[in-house]
Design a binder for this molecule. Structure first.
Ligand SMILES: NC(=O)c1ccc[n+]([C@@H]2O[C@H](COP(=O)([O-])OP(=O)(O)OC[C@H]3O[C@@H](n4cnc5c(N)ncnc54)[C@H](OP(=O)(O)O)[C@@H]3O)[C@@H](O)[C@H]2O)c1
Length: 200
């Protein structure tokens, strides 16, 4: 592990990081393309925004309003609040013809995400949502192609070069592990949660 990466950061990289990287590979977008990320302030979304921005992809993400400044600071161009009725209209104001692709991270967001993708675009889902294609939109589950070691090496390189900031909301002690699990299950964690085995 490079000196600039802590053990806590290293432990937080693999699953969300690999999922974010593989999601972008499955999306297969080009610089200048537009991407909607549904559930953008969680563990996967906070990494996807940065990886996409680094590849010249323009990102709009959904999250609660309180997390919007955070999404913008990571590189999203715009943020919408999934809890207000007009969020799809706000995306259409930004991109009147719709976005080229959507990444549905939070469970149950794939169908709504399809509504703001332009005809012939793509929806990639990581949550396992099953939706039927409409308007010739390609619907795909995120594909696993890289080994975990390859993915982690790529992500660590980006972190060392300060192109990727790993967002860690909280480090819990081992005794608090169930609290961490409960927080994850809320679907409202900002970035990663880590459980540390170190003695306080
Ligand atoms: N395919 C794979 O290999 C793989 C691997 C890992 C994970 N996953 C999947 O990825 C998902 C977990 O991802 P994650 O931990 O990054 O995030 P998550 O906990 O599923 O979602 C967090 C994000 O969703 C937003 N959100 C909460 N409620 C919402 C709602 N009702 N509608 C729309 N957005 C909502 C949150 O915003 P606020 O907090 O601002 O409200 C936050 O931005 C799970 O579905 C898991 O199964 C798949």
């Amino acid at each position: 592990m490079p000196d600039s990466i802590s053990f806590t950061q290293g432990a937080a990289i693999p699953v969300a990081g690999k999922t974010a990287l593989e999601s972008l590979r499955t999306l297969d977008l080009k610089p200048g393309n537009t991407l909607f990320v549904a559930g953008a302030s969680g563990a996967i979304g906070t990494i996807v925004i940065q990886l996409a921005k680094n590849r010249g992809i323009r990102v709009i993400g959904s999250a609660s309003s309180k997390n919007h400044p955070h999404l913008l600071s990571l590189g999203a161009e715009k943020a919408v609040d999934y809890s207000i009725a007009e969020w799809k209209d706000q995306i259409k104001q930004w991109m009147p013809e719709g976005v080229e692709a959507a990444l549905a991270i939070h469970r149950g967001t794939s169908k709504d995400s399809m509504d703001i993708v332009k005809a012939g675009g793509k929806v990639v889902t990581v949550s396992g949502d099953k939706v039927d294609s409409e308007r010739e939109i390609k619907v795909e589950q995120m594909q696993h192609q890289l080994s975990i070691q390859e993915a982690v090496n790529m992500l660590i390189q980006d972190m060392v070069e300060k192109k990727l900031h790993l967002v860690i909301e909280h480090v819990y002690s081992f005794e608090q592990a169930l609290d961490a699990l409960e927080k994850t299950e809320t679907g409202h964690a900002r970035g990663k949660l880590v459980v540390s085995m170190e003695e306080a």
